[in-house]
Ligand binder design. Sequence first.
Ligand code: ADP
Ligand code: ZN
Length: 216
Amino acid sequence: MRFLIFGPPGSGKGTYSSRIEDRINVEHIATGDMFREAVKKDTELGNKVKGYLDKGELVPDDLVNEVVRERLKETGMDNFILDGYPRTVEQAEFLDDIVNIDALILLDVTDEIIIERLSSRRICRECGEVFNKLFNPPEEEGVCDECDGELYQREDDKPKVIKDRIDTYENRSEPVIHYFEGKVPVVVNKCRKADASIEKMVESIIEQLKKRELVS
Ligand code: ADP
Ligand code: ZN
């Protein structure tokens, strides 16, 4: 199965997909994680994207498209959940040309929740696992439950940048939903609580995928 998970920054795309990955046979592919990894390793790609990431701006389409194309090849073009891509209609058109998507999982949250969650979000420097100081704290403050790595706050999770990212999402990314509507099933998951249980949300997403016979 080939899924897209879509929603504003802070909607839980990464958190839910890393758990969905463990439950059904799909590989979680997150462009944001790939870029942060490249920055950390100081690769050529990392150097190209760092400025955009820090400012919360979109990386140019051509660059993202190439990275995704190469990464998808490694999966044999199947059994993946794409998180953070496509983020523009141009990217959606590119993706649509190289692979057929089976469903779009749409995370519907309010701006208030986004701001509340992003400002308290912490990421593992080593494995990228996502925690939240308020809603999903690690067992030991500042330390990753998975790998004992150090937790840090993303540059783009600082208040000044959060607003720009929400604007970018509304202007550039929301049209992607309309692009796929009518082409593929859209599974909407509504969340109106910043501290909604992760397990419950994941259950509800999987339940809906089963109902539509998208997973067995
Ligand atoms: P979030 O969804 O929380 O904003 P991500 O980890 O998905 O964060 O992305 C972080 C940053 O990586 C984005 O702000 C952007 O700079 C870059 N990025 C990730 N995916 C894309 C994409 N598909 N197109 C352009 N830029 C991207
Ligand atoms: Zn870790």
